[in-house]
Design a protein around this ligand. Structure first.
Ligand code: F6R
Length: 359
């Protein structure tokens, strides 16, 4: 049941405030205290290893920034298909975290089995609680996103991010570190902010008509927004079949800038944060070469960026730490509306399956 929406993907994008609220309520008490399983213990851990595929892997990439900055923990992230065959040495002071919507992804499951008996603890963050990854984990954290039908992952991603942030806060607490200002209380504002950002849809529909004419599209982001640039590009290519690449903004001048001309739109995901000025100078490099910049930022970012951008999509103001979760929404909407403009099959893109149970 699409609940009045044209596609499951539209329904699942719209459901995110409710899904995130549910995910947060499962792991955050009414008193504002973290309510994670007691056996989840970061005190004896020296390293966190996160393994996943596709969109779930990008959630792990964002979480690396959080765990490093908030919990000061060494973190390794890898795609499961590489990790499993690399056979890396594993210290028994490792906590291994596997992230998967379906809980059945063959490579992720194989990576989990490789870590079993080597790592101190195997934790599974899954949307399907009766899945293989859930069964084979020492600690299972259900996502509570609700069933995700559309092939492209949307609400599972933002629920993964929300819970991964709670885990980083738990790790910081257990390691005796102060939590960032107003955390975890700020997280309660997240469903409302996501709800507000969904209203940016009309503007994105207009941008998407332009993007649908492009042959190649570049996504840029810096810091915690870098994985979102990768996610935006993945979503766009899987749904609209337009070639898209995500890059760390700072990598632009190390190669990709050679691609820039008036035919290659550049989507820049950049809230006004400590790194914003650096992103603005990357944007100017693009514009100086005739590139059309679509800037996704907040009101303050839009003001500082000034003229010269092709379009600006204005997002609500958000605490820095939460920005990757909020900016997932425009990334999803850009892919969705570009696919609509191209007339592709949004819920069932060609060549893709919802659950990848073979490698
Ligand atoms: C992208 C997408 C895929 C999945 C990947 C992992 O929209 O849906 O990249 O994220 O196949 O799937 P799970 O999370 O089920 O392990």
């Amino acid at each position: 049941d699409k609940d009045g929406h044209k596609h499951f993907m539209a329904k699942e994008i719209a459901e995110q405030p409710v899904a995130i609220d549910r995910a947060l309520k499962a792991y955050l008490g009414d008193d504002g205290q973290l309510a994670l399983p007691a056996e989840l213990d970061f005190t004896k851990i020296e390293r966190l290893t996160m393994v996943a595929c596709g969109t779930a892997f990008y959630a792990c990439m964002v979480a690396k920034y959080w765990f490093e900055q908030i919990a000061r923990m060494p973190v390794e992230v890898d795609v499961a298909s590489e990790f499993r065959y690399r056979e890396p040495p594993v210290s028994d002071k490792t906590l291994a975290l596997f992230v998967s919507q379906s809980g059945e992804t063959a490579d992720t499951l194989a990576a989990l089995r490789y870590m079993d008996g080597k790592a101190q603890q195997i934790v599974g963050l899954v949307n399907v609680p009766e899945s293989s990854i859930a069964r084979e984990s020492d600690v299972v954290l259900p996502l509570h996103a609700g069933p995700e039908i559309s092939v492209a992952s949307t609400k599972a991603f933002t629920c993964q991010l929300s819970i991964l942030l709670l885990l980083a806060l738990r790790a910081a607490e257990q390691r005796g570190l102060p939590l960032p200002d107003d955390m975890p209380a700020d997280l309660r504002a997240l469903p409302g902010l996501i709800h507000q950002s969904l209203a940016g849809e009309t503007q994105i529909t207009a941008s998407a008509r332009g993007l649908a004419k492009a042959q190649d599209i570049i996504f840029l982001g810096r810091g915690q927004l870098y994985p979102l640039a990768l996610e935006g590009a993945l979503k766009l290519k899987e749904l609209s079949y337009i070639h898209a690449e995500g890059y760390a903004s700072g990598e632009l001048k190390h190669g990709p800038i050679a691609l820039i001309d008036e035919k290659v739109p550049v989507v820049v995901l950049a809230p006004r944060d400590a790194l914003f000025d650096k992103t603005v100078s990357n944007m100017q490099e693009v514009m100086a070469r005739g590139g059309k910049v679509i800037l996704v930022t907040d009101a303050e970012g839009a003001r500082i960026a000034g003229d010269g951008t092709h379009e600006v999509i204005v997002m609500p103001q958000v605490p820095d730490t939460l920005a990757p979760i909020l900016y997932a929404v425009p990334a999803q909407q850009i892919a969705y509306y570009t696919a609509i403009a191209k007339g592709t099959d949004v819920d069932q893109p060609r060549n893709l399956a919802k659950s990848v149970t073979v490698e």
